[in-house]
Design a protein around this ligand. Structure first.
Ligand code: CUA
Length: 370
């Protein structure tokens, strides 16, 4: 069979197009939220330093193998009226060569990998300690440095760290196996119930880094995200000092969405409204431990574990019907549209929004990484 030249050209373009397009998207996505090729942390940088030589080795192997294959296809293709070619049975020298060559490449990759793994496993002695707990479907952060009332400082979905100082994250799983991944800062690490893992890295630049759960953990796995907020050390200290003190009484007067923060707090603390069954706020009677701690909720960058920007409108939407935004979430099993109709008036929701968003820390947030 003779392949027309134009078909061959088209075939060639089709074969090369994905490579060119991948190149474009890599360039555009260089500063993307979840890229590993533009690291901002020492651990992610070491992983990239491993990935690059392996990529080039793989590319050389690909070109050599495909080159020989394509050459063979054209050079030895069947020609009209050609006789049957001479029949051969293996070639010992070639067999030995193509056994040893890949083995050598695998050994080089293994040595490089072990070296990176060993470097990334080091837990520096002067690090800041944070415990991260994976829950279905949100991330909790505990600062043993001490929060309000002599207990660890608890927060969720936003993990604050200082720039230029190593942190050691103690990783735990509350219910099922989750996975802690901040692509620009560090490699993935499992959060396993009953087994504690450790991860250490240093953020090299201030920023708000997107992070995700990287292990399938149930219905809302794809919506289980968080942010790592890396602040200059003086700003981090400012954040920590403020966060260690319980929020002041809610401001008087009209707040966001024309809600009344003081009335919002009373609604929040009213057991019939269910908030305190699961949530805690330092300095109040709310001590629930099932859901995220909501102290200084107004300073959270997101709502629903990284899903939505923290705006009054989004918070009101969430309180009306959590399941419509994040199917599967625990809160939505109780706070259904029917339940809301019977237990929360529009004004109640506005008051809750005004209260929750009134609890704010004064921190100069870094520019978000897109
Ligand atoms: Cu947690 Cu996926």
């Amino acid at each position: 069979m003779r392949i027309p030249r134009r078909s061959l050209i088209k075939l060639g373009v089709l074969a090369i197009a994905p490579l060119l397009l991948a190149g474009c998207s890599a360039a555009v996505g260089l500063d993307g939220p979840a890229t590993t090729i533009n690291p901002a942390g020492d651990q992610a940088r070491r992983i990239l330093d491993l990935m690059v030589p392996i990529f080039w080795m793989a590319l050389v192997v690909f070109i050599v193998v495909e080159g020989i294959l394509v050459y063979t296809v054209f050079r030895f293709r069947r020609k009209p009226n050609a006789p049957i070619p001479s029949q051969i049975q293996g070639n010992t020298q070639i067999e030995i060569a193509w056994t040893i060559a890949p083995a050598l490449i695998a050994v080089v990759i293994a040595v490089l990998t072990f070296r990176t793994q060993a470097d990334n496993a080091v837990l520096p002695p002067n690090a800041i300690h944070i415990t991260a707990v994976g829950h279905q479907w949100w991330f909790e952060f505990q600062y043993p440095d001490g929060g309000p009332e002599g207990k660890p400082l608890l927060t969720a979905s936003d993990m604050y760290i200082p720039v230029g100082k190593p942190v050691i994250i103690t990783l735990k799983g509350q219910d099922v196996i989750h996975n802690f991944w901040v692509p620009k800062l560090a490699g993935k690490t499992y959060m396993i119930p009953g087994k504690t893992n450790y991860l250490s890295f240093t953020a090299e630049q201030a920023g708000i880094y997107h992070a995700v759960c990287s292990e399938f953990c149930g219905e809302a796995h794809a919506l289980m995200r968080f942010r790592v907020i890396a602040l200059p050390p003086d700003q981090y200290d400012r954040w920590l000092t403020q966060a260690q003190v319980a929020p002041a009484n809610p401001p008087t007067g009209v707040g966001e969405l024309n809600g009344d923060p003081t009335r919002g707090q009373a609604i929040f603390l009213d057991a019939k409204r269910q908030c305190i069954t699961c949530h805690a706020i330092s300095g109040t009677a709310a001590k629930g431990v099932v859901g995220p701690n909501l102290t200084y909720y107004g300073s959270r960058t997101t709502i629903a574990a990284g899903l939505l920007d923290n705006t009054p409108e989004n918070l009101a939407k969430w309180l009306h019907n959590p399941s419509s935004l994040k199917p599967g979430n625990l809160m939505g099993r109780v706070i259904t549209p029917d339940w809301v109709k019977q237990n929360l008036a529009e004004q109640d929701i506005a008051d809750l929004v005004a209260y929750l968003r009134s609890m704010k820390l004064s921190v100069d947030m870094p520019v978000a990484s897109k």
